[in-house]
Design a protein around this ligand. Structure first.
Ligand SMILES: *Cc1c(COP(=O)(O)O)cnc(C)c1O
Length: 395
């Protein structure tokens, strides 16, 4: 009999009932160190006082009004994002995949309104992930996500990750945009080198294309800058945001330049919930914490410490791990042992990590992780690795 919850997930037998900072309490009372943060969502950890305050204050005042009316919390969050980023304008969604939908629509409308309606194609890369909507799965294109769901939304050209020559060769008079994650998350924490992001920006400039970045996972302070593309010093045209921006409240956004957004006039897009008072009150509280030099500096400092210790862990367990990759607090351990074995051994030692493609385990801890938490992380990951090693040796 089909379970009452549609069985699209293979769930671990863990039930968390409470969270505080980087720690989760299981129903049986065990405390787990959370290095997954709900897949980079709980940017400020669990039950951060500033977020609890923002949410409860807004909950007492007003939960929801339609986008038919002014929403001051939405205006405030948009103003903050415009102040702190390249963007001139922002649309709020409830998720990353909805941000992908709008990014695709925005790019097509841009060229439609420039009397180039044939320019509808978007170049994307293998290993990418842009969500589970029809546009999202067509954009990423991997068979794992698309099989059985055809006909797929047309207009995506899939290239090999890192193949810059391929990009130049793939551009035709139908190309509208390039869509890329500055660091692939689901794909296995695969960073795009700064030089390559710069080259993609140049290619877009030379061919009049829009550069769309998916920062749903790598954005909102995760890499130690507010957005990952800032490390490369480039200005994108459109950026997809979600996950960390709501700190656990379902919230996403599309950031855009005035030029890229020029086609999106009244009536061209909408959302019932997107940008509602509750979500935006929380989003403002998240941004007030994260978008400060001191906070980002602390992310970089802790990231440096964690990375250094992880290098030591890899050195100590060469049969289990291959290398550390990633940037800031978006780190991956490329495994030699099966990554799921390492994740499960983590569960047994009360530390949460997240598997990714390419036999990687992801560490996406709350950005508020403390040095004590890092010390605990290393103790638990070391135990987990020792356990995996023992199994490998007995096999
Ligand atoms: C999670 C993710 C998405 C999809 O976000 P949802 O909120 O699950 O729809 C899109 N792109 C990237 C890079 C992601 O990590």
């Amino acid at each position: 009999m089909i379970p009452s919850v549609l069985p699209t997930y293979n769930r671990a037998p863990l039930t968390f009932v409470k969270g505080e900072g980087a720690w989760l309490t299981e129903a049986d009372g065990r405390r787990f160190l959370d290095l997954g943060a709900g897949i980079a969502v709980n940017a400020l950890g669990h039950a951060h006082p500033a977020l609890v305050n923002a949410l409860t204050e807004q909950a007492h005042a007003l939960w929801h009004v339609s986008n038919l009316y002014n929403i001051p919390q939405q205006q405030a969050l948009a103003d903050k994002l415009v102040e702190h980023t390249f963007a001139d304008t922002v649309f709020f969604t409830n998720s990353g995949t909805e941000a992908c939908e709008l990014a695709v629509k925005m790019a097509r409308k841009y060229f439609h309104d420039k009397d180039q309606p044939e320019r509808v194609e978007i170049i994307t890369f293998d290993g990418s992930f842009h969500g589970r909507s029809s546009a999202g799965i067509a954009a990423a294109g991997s068979e794992k996500m698309t099989k059985g769901f055809g006909p797929l939304l047309p207009g995506f050209v899939h290239l090999t990750f890192g193949d810059l020559d391929g990009v130049t060769n793939a551009i035709t008079d139908q190309t509208a945009a390039i869509l890329i994650e500055p660091i692939q998350g689901e794909g296995g924490i695969r960073p795009v080198p700064d030089a390559e992001l710069k080259a993609l920006r140049q290619i877009c400039d030379d061919s009049g294309l829009l550069l769309i970045l998916d920062e749903v996972q790598c954005g909102v302070g995760r890499t130690g800058k507010l957005f990952a593309h800032e490390w490369a010093g480039i200005t994108p045209d459109i950026v997809m945001v979600a996950k960390g921006i709501g700190g656990g409240f379902p919230l996403g956004a599309v950031l855009a330049t005035e030029n890229a957004a020029s086609g999106m006039t009244a009536g061209t897009h909408g959302s019932t919930y997107g940008g509602n008072p509750l979500g935006c009150a929380v989003g403002c509280a998240v941004l007030d914490q994260v978008a400060t030099p001191a906070f980002l500096e602390s992310v970089n400092r802790k990231a440096g410490l964690l990375r250094q210790k992880l290098e030591g862990l890899v050195g100590a367990h060469p049969e289990v791990f291959d290398e550390v990759r990633g940037s800031g607090l978006m780190l991956g351990l490329k495994c030699k042992a099966p990554n799921l074995d390492v994740v499960h051994a983590g569960y047994e030692n009360e530390v949460i990590t997240v598997p990714a493609a390419d036999n990687v385990i992801r560490l996406l801890p709350p950005l508020t992780l403390t040095e004590d938490d890092i010390a605990q992380a290393m103790i638990r990951l070391d135990k987990a690795a020792t356990q995996v090693e023992a199994v490998l040796e007995s096999a």
